[in-house]
Design a protein around this ligand. Structure first.
Ligand code: FAD
Length: 420
């Protein structure tokens, strides 16, 4: 059986960043990365692709060009985990051993959790930046007015801000192309607030009001009927009172079904699909066994270490961490894992902790963005350097430039190279 000092499962954002940092800081350790895909995607730019302001081709590069020198690339999928034996097994049945295991296989989309979604995505009005951002752009360009509905599922999702970012961009696009006056732009979401961190929510609420966007809180999507072009929401009356349909001067033609369901017709629909941890994580002894995080990878929220199998670490989208699932979060997670492995090699411990940092570049229109940075408990955690010259709670053109040019550059040239 082949054995490595460090095995990394997943060569996406988290896997490559961590492998690169280990090669730089712990060059004596042998490292292998399991990654089946020849291509590596810069997903944060898909928001801009969906709005026709970034090329999809520019978000894709060859994995081979980013696999760190000295790391062994194993182009196979992991099928099962056996932490009690310090082993993983590929889907083809080959076992590999490790001294340390780092899991960063991302998440999967589970269409079955929203009946009608798979069929709806085949129709010309329904799109998702998570699945095919180029189709979103086609849908926006072809939209002729009516109800433009934007929503998200009740499961955790990666980049929780992405479903509303495309909504702001679409609203701006409709204004520029004279369909806005014939359009109801609706953002319907299961939660009660537009954004969890109050400093940024204040600006977003102002934007929503000033652009006549219809925000529907406590709307959880439960099924789509693409033949009828309707989406049904379970509405949490206990949370929101009973005036959910009342909107001044607006007719959405919503229909109430029973006590808790609302059927909304759409002329275009954008949504994030329901998301879960990959099956091999869910079925492993490393997953959270019960409760709201059931099935996601269990880790200590500060050390990113599995609580039972102490040589196993988890980062990125698959980890059960109470913060937003983003590449920006991984930038702060990877050094913690590398430092704890360094300490373990030196038979000591490290005080370095992950405090839940994550960031959401909230694009609010073409040429406009707020940079929401925060940590656990929705506490604002803005970069002190950026904050000296930009108020990141306000819409800014400079932050848009950062999103469109700066962050992609830093991602490919610094983060994936293990330099930041
Ligand atoms: P991924 O990068 O998805 O990588 C997982 C890798 O694991 C994949 O390459 C996959 O092939 C591999 N894998 C899966 N299963 C197996 C297996 N069984 N065996 C071996 N390998 C496997 N983040 C931001 O920071 N800012 C943003 O503005 C932002 N916007 C976003 C907008 C959209 C529309 C989307 C979709 C995402 C956005 N994100 C954003 C989120 C960000 O892209 C993810 O959080 C990040 O890529 C997660 O990294 P990861 O390593 O956990 O997973």
């Amino acid at each position: 059986m082949n054995t490595f000092d460090v095995l990394i499962v997943g060569g996406g954002t988290g896997g490559i960043m961590t492998a690169a940092q280990i090669r730089r800081k712990l060059p004596n350790l042998s490292v292998a990365v399991f990654e089946p895909s020849e291509d590596h995607w810069y997903q944060p730019a898909w928001t801009l692709v969906g709005a026709g302001t970034f090329s999809m081709a520019a978000t894709k590069r060859k994995t081979a060009n980013y696999m760190p020198k000295g790391a062994t690339w194993i182009k196979e999928r992991i099928g099962s985990l056996h932490p009690e034996h310090n082993q993983v097994t590929t889907e083809g049945g080959t076992a590999y051993g490790y001294r340390y295991l780092i899991l960063s296989p991302g998440l999967i989309y589970d269409m079955s959790l929203l009946p009608g979604l798979a069929e709806a995505l085949e129709t010309p009005e329904v799109c998702s930046n998570y699945i095919d951002p180029e189709k979103t752009w086609e849908v926006l360009k072809n939209f002729k007015g009516g109800n433009a509905v934007f929503t998200q599922p009740t499961t955790p999702i990666k980049c929780g801000g992405a479903p509303q970012k495309i909504m702001y961009l679409a609203e701006h696009y409709f204004r520029k192309h004279e369909v806005r006056e014939k359009t109801n732009v609706v953002f319907a979401a299961p939660g009660g607030v537009i954004f969890g961190v109050k400093e940024f929510a204040k600006t977003l609420n102002h934007i929503i009001a000033s652009r006549s966007i219809i925000f529907k809180p406590f709307y959880a999507p439960i099924r789509i009927d693409s033949a009828a072009k309707t989406i049904t929401f379970r509405y949490n009356t206990a949370m929101a009172g009973n005036d959910c349909l009342a909107q001044k001067n607006v007719t959405l033609h919503e229909e109430v079904l029973g006590d808790t369901e609302i059927v909304m017709p759409y002329d275009m629909l954008h949504l994030a699909p329901p998301q879960t941890a990959p099956k091999f994580i869910q079925e492993s002894p490393l997953a959270v066994a019960e409760g709201a995080n059931k099935g996601w990878l269990e880790v200590d929220i500060h050390t990113l270490n599995h609580p039972t199998f102490l040589n196993v670490y988890g980062i990125g989208d698959s980890a059960a961490l109470p913060t937003a699932k983003t590449g920006a979060a991984i930038r702060k997670q990877a050094p913690v894992v590398v430092e704890h492995i360094r300490a373990a090699e030196a038979h000591t411990t490290s005080p370095l902790r992950y405090e839940g940092y994550s960031s959401c570049p909230l694009v609010t229109g073409y040429g406009k963005m707020l940079l929401a940075e925060f940590k656990y408990d929705n506490v604002r955690d803005s970069d002190p350097l950026i904050s000296t010259f930009v108020d990141t709670t306000k819409e800014s053109w400079l932050m848009w430039i950062l999103k469109k040019y700066g962050l992609p550059y830093l991602y490919w040239n610094q983060m994936l190279r293990g330099k930041m």
